[in-house]
Write a protein that binds this ligand. Structure first.
Ligand SMILES: Cc1ncc(COP(=O)(O)O)c(C=O)c1O
Length: 361
């Protein structure tokens, strides 16, 4: 076989990271197991229960239920599916901030529900007044984002939960990326803070597990009934997951990463990532770029397209927000040294191509 997996040393905009060594080792060991068939593969099925217990602890949920999904997309689709099945509505709607991940658009297309997008405010959080105006008797689900993909922002979760209750809708929190850093912040985002029914929280992002490991948590196990289908040819009788056969790698690496890192290792990582984000934001400002003040460890700055493209030509893996700004996600593999090297390249290419900093005359 030709080809080597690429290294992470120039990856600056990914929501995923290098798995922790214990997670990598566990993933390799359980690669050929299938938690989708728990009758045949009981060890990994038991480990999945442990994974959900541990994820529940991270997310403030005392008697957690759920499963390890292929990623945040599947978990979000399943949350929408639960809400649609529970609501007895002809044309159910999902009220979602404009900052919601595009996986909800896939859910809407697959499940034939309407997405009602609510604008965000100047700080990229949902506009609560607009959310209030958007809910009605057709609302099956309200979504809040706890760690948005583009700006790393956290919506007012308790308030959105109350709003969902006021129209008898379910409330889903997408903490796919934020879930492993938010416990170390002052944000109110978890099951103990708000009337949350379902949550996406992905071990394969800040959780440092191996891909594929997404997490779907539900407050009450009965919510999973909405997803369950009969499984005649398996030893067990029902299955709630969207995929059938699943690699046990995600489950095993989730348990291994959580056993190793929760809570102290994740707390220390959060501090490193946060310090890197603050440092990067300050340096970009010194260079003259307009920077969106980072909350969670994700930095957005108004860097011209040509400069981003020139940095990409230097090998940096970078992405932009919908508005075209550069976004840098301070994942565990992103070190201060990497950021210094990146800024050096950004300055050099900008000077050699004579790209002005926006706002400079
Ligand atoms: C907030 C949020 N939700 C959901 C997803 C989708 O996750 P995945 O790519 O694992 O399907 C992402 C991906 O970055 C995300 O940032």
């Amino acid at each position: 076989m030709r080809g080597e997996p690429q290294s992470f040393d120039r990856v600056l905009s990914s929501m995923c990271t290098e798995p922790h060594p214990v997670a990598r080792e566990a993933a390799a060991r359980f690669l050929a197991t299938n938690p989708g068939d728990p009758g045949t593969y009981p060890t990994i099925a038991t480990l999945e229960l442990e994974a959900i217990e541990r994820l529940g602890e991270v997310a403030g949920l005392e008697e957690p239920a759920g499963y390890v999904a292929s990623g945040g997309t599947e978990a979000n689709i399943q949350a929408v599916r639960i809400a649609r099945e529970r609501a007895d509505l002809e044309r159910p709607t999902v009220v979602i901030p404009a900052s919601g991940h595009f996986s909800f658009r896939k859910a809407a297309a697959l499940l034939q529900i309407d997405l009602r997008e609510v604008p965000t405010d100047d700080d990229h959080r949902v506009d609560l007044a607009a959310a209030k105006a958007a809910v009605d008797e057709d609302t099956a689900l309200v979504v809040g984002v706890a760690g948005s993909t583009e700006y790393g922002r956290v919506d007012p979760i308790p308030e959105l939960g109350e709003l969902a209750r006021s129209v008898d809708a379910l409330f889903h929190v997408d903490a796919a990326w934020g879930g492993f850093v938010l416990p170390f912040t002052d944000h109110r985002w978890d099951f103990s803070d708000a009337a949350i029914d379902t949550m996406t929280i992905d071990p394969h992002k800040m959780g440092q597990a191996a891909v594929p490991a997404g997490g779907l948590l539900v407050r009450d196990e009965s919510l999973l009934d909405a997803l369950a289908v009969d499984t005649p040819y398996l030893e067990t009788t029902a299955q709630a997951t969207l995929t059938g056969t699943r690699s046990g790698a995600g489950v095993a690496s989730t348990v291994a990463a959580l056993a190793e890192l929760w809570p102290g290792g994740y707390a220390a990582q959060y501090e490193r990532s946060r310090a890197n984000a603050s440092w990067l934001a300050a340096r970009l400002e010194e260079l003259g770029y307009a920077v969106v003040d980072p909350d969670l460890p994700l930095v957005v700055a108004d860097v011209p397209d040509r400069a981003i493209d020139a940095c990409r030509d230097e090998g940096w893996r970078l992405s932009r927000t919908g508005a075209g700004e550069l976004r840098i996600v301070c994942m565990p593999h992103v070190t201060r040294r990497m950021l210094e090297a990146f800024l050096g390249d950004l300055e050099r290419v900008s000077q050699s191509l004579e790209i002005p900093v926006p706002g400079d005359d």
